[in-house]
Every structure is written in C-alpha cells, then in structure tokens.
Design a protein around this ligand. Structure first.
Ligand code: ADP
Length: 484
C-alpha cells in the first residue's frame, strides 16, 4: 500500500494557503505549508495563478508522492464557465491558464457580492427566488450562489452550455482532464439550493421550476446550468496528464471534491477526529459556532442551518456579537494585562449586549432587528474594587453568554449536546476568557488543534469524504486508518 500524502488548498478571504499532510506520521503537523496573498478583486485568472504558484512551491519530492488533492473556497464565490470544453493539448499552459481551466465567461462574483448591487435586476431575481424557494431558505439571501446565477441570467441570457461553478469546483476541475465536467459538493452547493436531505441529494423541483421560468421560452435555462453535486471529499478523478507533466505529479494522484473554507476550518480544528457532539466555537470579530450532530437543526429566523457531513449534520449559527467589541475599548496589551486581574471564577453579569458600536440587529442566538450595543452600567470604584478589570470581565461574561445561549438554542432545536467544545480565533488565547466560558458552557472549552482550513481540506481529501461518520464508522481518528 503506497503511503498517503494529501495537499489541501484553501482559497480564503485574503489569501490562498496550502498544507501537505502525511497521515502515517504520528504528528498531525503539515509536512509543508505555504501561502500567497490574493487581492480582494482577484478573479478566476488570479485564482489559477495562485494555485499554479503554490503547486510550483511544493518540494518536487512531495509533489511526486502526492496521492490526494482537495480545494476549499469561500462559500458562494462563483464563476460562470462552459460545461463542455474542448480537450486541452497535453503539457504547456502559461501560468494562470491551468491546463484543464475553462474560460470565465462573465468574471467572478465573490462571497459578499450582493444582488442589491444591481438594483433592478437584483430585485427581480430575489422576488423570483422567494416565490419558488421554501421560506427562509439560505438560497434566498442576496449573496447566495443562486442569486448570483439568476442575476447573471437576467442581465443577459446565458449562452448555451454555460454553467455555474463555485470557486472550489472551478479550481478542482482545472486539475482534471477537460473532458471531466466541473463538479460541486454538498457544502458549496447548499446556497445554490441543492437539497442534502436524507433521500433527496438532488436539486429540488422548486429550483428546476425557477430555472424553467427564467429562460427565454425557446431556450430555457436548464439543470445543465448547474453543476453535478457529490459528497465533499469524494474522488473526482486522477489529475490530467497535462497537470501531472507540469508539476511532476503522479498519474495516480486524485483530486477530491472540496468544501467551503469555514467547514474546512471546522475539520482542521478537530484534527479530523470528530463525532456527533464535537463542536467548534470561533471567537473572532464575531462569534460563530458549529456542532456535528446526528439530527439537523434549521431555523431561518435564528440564522441557524445545517450542512451535511457524511451521515451527520454540521449545525451552525453566527452571531453579530463578538470580540470586535473588545478592540473598541482595549489594546491587545491592555487585554492581556487586564485579563490577568480578572477573577474568572466569579460571576460578573451586568447584562451587556456585546455588539460592535456601529452594529444594528442580531440574529443568532437572540434575534432582534433593532438590537444595539449596551455596555452599561459601567463599573466604578464605588461598585467594584478594580473597575477597569470588572469592565472587561463584564464584556467577556456577556460574550460567553452569547456562546452558551447559542449551544442551548441548538439543543432546543434538536441538535445533540456537545461533548467537546474546541475554540479558535483571537479570543481563544485568553485564559481568563476560557475559564469564564467553561463555567457557562455545558462542557469545558478546549483550544483547537489548528485553525488552518488548508489542513482541514487536506484531511477531507485524504479521508475521501469519510469524515464525521460518512461511512459505517461513527468517527475518523487521527491518523486516519492504517497505511502500512
Ligand atoms: P477575525 O478573523 O474574525 O477578525 P481573529 O480570529 O483574528 O478574528 O480574532 C480577532 C479578535 O480577537 C479581535 O476582535 C480581538 O478583540 C480578539 N482578541 C485578540 N486578543 C484577545 C485577547 N487576549 N482576549 C480576548 N480577545 C482577543
């Protein structure tokens, strides 16, 4: 049995990272990692250039031994391309024009591109989607992949044979033979409307009806405009002969279906060892939680929805509240110094609402259209022995209550109770904060293994999608399997 070696490429919001993992080693540290920056307005050409540059940076010895490649992208970042492309000549290909790469027909639309940016068309597109989609479906959002596709079609009917790809689908296809049509995965395709329910795993009838209504009668937009969707991590095929020649890859190296950057980060945080009840809290500018569960939980009013991961559900919600509020009042040095003066085992609930000063409204876990920051009453020397530390303590306490309420809401909506809560993001380094959170959470918080999404998508590819209980085994542990 050849030794496995997987490369994961994560196309994130500001750059692209690669991590190479060798699961037979006892350490889960990547054997190689690197990154390149990506400009905010980068399009398909720049994505391909970054993939080419990072593949070129891998040591030749590793490239020759790679067995699995996986790519994650930012959710709902889309490109329009051609379904059928003539076969590329073997070898050659300028940097940025990868061998199996298809043309980008109308540029790219990034994760944060909104239908509201093309007002007249956007309003029609959103009205059409809301009329067909179930109420509160994630595809109804103005930034959804479906909204991007419908806007493209309403602006100018798509040429025959055009199809929508997500960033990860497009880039994976570029490494495969051009005869292979780009394929998407359950995670990227969720915001396009793909139905991942048990017994479904197909585009729902409402979506196909919407597409029929969209096209000119003579040339309706069909399901052909949508990618085929497979399980994240499922092998798509071996790299093309041209790709093998360009980078010295093995002809046996396979490209596996990808995922989104945030799910890849979840997998990275767990080191691939996740089972129902494994949760990850991200304490960045905002608080986001993800919990692997045996049953799904969805509630649009709370911004709560579930991705399918194997036979389980990755239930997630994101608050507008988060550690950004700390930056409004403390420098990093002050945060560190003041945190040491906090008695984390004591309660300090002053009823704060830890939104940013400019934020209006909250969805998860306590929806309120007009919620605003509240950091009153302020501790004084009359009320607290150390008012400065007490102020920070009260904010951390409020943030921890948002997180704890989030897990309670998930449980109320039918998700499993967490048995492990891993933490990543800037706030995870704070020991006092971790103690405060552990007091309020159902289980003590732990630090995540790694937060590099590139590691997560490499793990996903190496497992060929059997992560989180996709197959008969309920969990996959590190190292994955036995590869002697
Ligand atoms: P994002 O990528 O969402 O901006 P990061 O994961 O980089 O977030 O985390 C940044 C956040 O971490 C900031 O909002 C900052 O307030 C918070 N942070 C940084 N250091 C600390 C600390 N010692 N204690 C608590 N929060 C911290």
């Amino acid at each position: 049995h050849a030794r496995l070696l997987g490369a994961g490429f994560d196309f994130g919001t500001s750059g692209v990272r690669v991590a190479v993992l060798e699961p037979s080693r006892s350490s889960s540290e990547p054997v190689f990692s690197s990154s390149v920056a990506l400009a905010p307005d980068a399009g398909a050409h720049e994505w391909l250039g970054a993939l080419d540059a990072l593949l070129g940076e891998l040591p030749a010895e590793l490239r020759a031994r790679l067995t699995h490649i996986g790519i994650s992208g930012t959710s709902a970042t889309c490109v329009l391309t051609e379904r059928d492309s003539p076969a590329a000549a073997d070898g050659g290909g300028a940097a940025g024009e990868l061998l199996g790469a298809r043309p980008s027909l109308r540029g790219t639309r990034r994760y944060d591109w909104s239908a509201h940016s093309v007002p007249a068309v956007g309003a029609r597109a959103l009205e059409l989607i809301r009329r067909h989609a179930p109420a509160g479906h994630t595809a109804c959002a103005p930034t959804s992949s479906l909204a991007k596709l419908v806007c493209w079609q309403l602006e100018q009917p798509l040429p025959r044979g055009a199809m929508l790809c997500h960033q990860a689908d497009y880039l994976s296809a570029a490494l495969l033979d051009r005869a292979v049509t780009p394929t998407s995965d359950w995670h990227n395709a969720l915001k396009l409307g793909f139905d991942v329910s048990d017994g479904a795993l197909r585009y729902p009838d409402w979506l196909l009806a919407l597409l029929r209504e969209l096209g000119p009668v003579a040339d309706p937009l069909g399901a052909d405009a949508l990618p085929t969707v497979v399980r994240p991590g499922e092998p798509l095929g071996a790299v093309s002969r041209a790709a093998a020649a360009r980078w010295g890859l093995s002809a046996q190296c396979i490209v596996c279906a990808g995922t989104t950057d945030s799910i890849a980060a979840f997998l990275a945080a767990t080191g691939g060892a996740c089972s129902a009840g494994t949760a990850v809290t991200s304490l960045g500018s905002t608080i986001a939680i993800k919990l692997l569960s045996q049953s799904r939980a969805d509630d649009a009013a709370f911004g709560l929805y579930s991705h399918r991961l194997g036979n389980r559900w990755l239930v997630g919600g994101a608050s507008n509240a988060g550690c950004a509020v700390l930056r409004e009042h403390f420098s990093d040095a002050e945060l560190t110094a003041l945190s040491e003066r906090i008695d984390a085992d004591a309660e300090c609930d002053l009823g704060y609402v830890p939104l940013r000063a400019s934020a209006v409204g909250e969805r998860f876990p306590t929806p309120s259209a007009d919620a605003r920051q509240r950091l009153e009453p302020r501790p004084t020397s009359a009320t607290h022995a150390d008012p400065e530390a007490a102020f920070l303590h009260a904010i951390l306490d409020a943030l921890a209550r948002v997180e704890a309420r989030g897990y309670t809401l998930l449980a109320e909506r039918g998700a499993d109770a967490p048995h492990t809560i891993l933490t990543c993001g800037g706030g995870s380094a704070n020991v006092a904060f971790t103690r405060i959170r552990s007091r309020l959470l159902p289980v003590p918080a732990e630090r995540a293994k790694t937060v590099e999404a590139s590691v997560g998508v490499a793990l996903l590819a190496l497992s060929e999608g059997d992560v989180g209980g996709a197959g008969p085994s309920p969990s996959v542990t590190w190292p994955i399997g036995d590869f002697s």
